[in-house]
Write a protein that binds this ligand. Structure first.
Ligand SMILES: Cc1ncc(COP(=O)(O)O)c(C=O)c1O
Length: 220
């Protein structure tokens, strides 16, 4: 860890900085670090490695593909089958898939889709929200990461998230009657031009500390 710090630029995830773990390998939910210490992995790459580490089927699939061809852009049997399979489990009319290599890219694509579909141009983010680090999403981040990185994408707004553990209004749920939702509605009414294309919201905020909103907030 210390050796890498001399060469790696700042900006790696805080979980890596706080833990300073240097994983060597993993099996299922167990990670073994370079000094042979074992850890139970409750993190799984913010949930994206939910198959566990080194699952034999996953290892075989990745190795088989790497041994066949490294390819981008063109259709492959695997890509076609994946898109087809995904479209069988997505709800309603969601049948088309766009593939991205990271979260920020996918969020930016979602914003483009919302703008082009609604013909509107404003996007709302939430306090504590994290959506990546690219220029198009910075204005939606609900923390001070964006300090001195302006100007931000025009038409982005931030409103409070229903974080009952640290309520920004110092109220208690359910007695508050979801005052935050009322506040958000009023605040957007007076601060936007009324052309909101999308709300960018995490149903459970991850980076903010696994914040679970109370029942009814997302619907409100
Ligand atoms: C909710 C959420 N959206 C977007 C991102 C950005 O993903 P990426 O770092 O792959 O661009 C993250 C990354 O942690 C995230 O937690």
């Amino acid at each position: 860890y210390d050796e890498e710090q001399k060469y790696i630029a700042p900006g790696v995830q805080s979980i890596a900085l706080f833990s300073q773990i240097a994983p060597d390998h993993g099996r299922g939910a167990v990670i073994t670090d370079a000094d042979g210490r074992e850890y139970l992995d409750f993190f799984a790459g913010v949930g994206v490695a939910s198959l566990g580490h080194a699952h034999p089927k996953y290892v075989r699939a990745v190795s088989d593909q790497a041994a066949r061809i490294s390819v981008g852009s063109f259709v492959t049997g695997h890509r076609m089958n994946f898109c087809k399979l995904l479209s069988t489990v997505t709800p309603g009319d969601l049948k088309r898939v766009q593939l991205y290599s990271g979260g920020s890219e996918a969020v930016e694509a979602a914003i483009r889709l919302a703008k082009s579909r609604t013909k509107k141009y404003e996007v709302v983010g939430f306090w504590g929200g994290f959506h990546g680090k690219t220029g198009g999403v910075l204005g939606l981040l609900g923390d001070d990461f964006k300090k001195e990185l302006g100007p931000l994408m025009p038409g982005t707004y931030n409103v409070p998230y229903a974080n009952c553990y640290q309520c920004p209004f110092r109220m208690k749920h359910p007695q508050c009657g979801l005052f935050c939702a009322e506040f958000i509605r009023k605040s957007l009414k007076v601060s936007t031009t009324g052309r909101i294309a999308a709300f960018m919201i995490e149903p459970i905020q991850g980076t903010a500390g696994n914040v679970i909103p109370p029942p009814g907030f997302l619907e409100a």
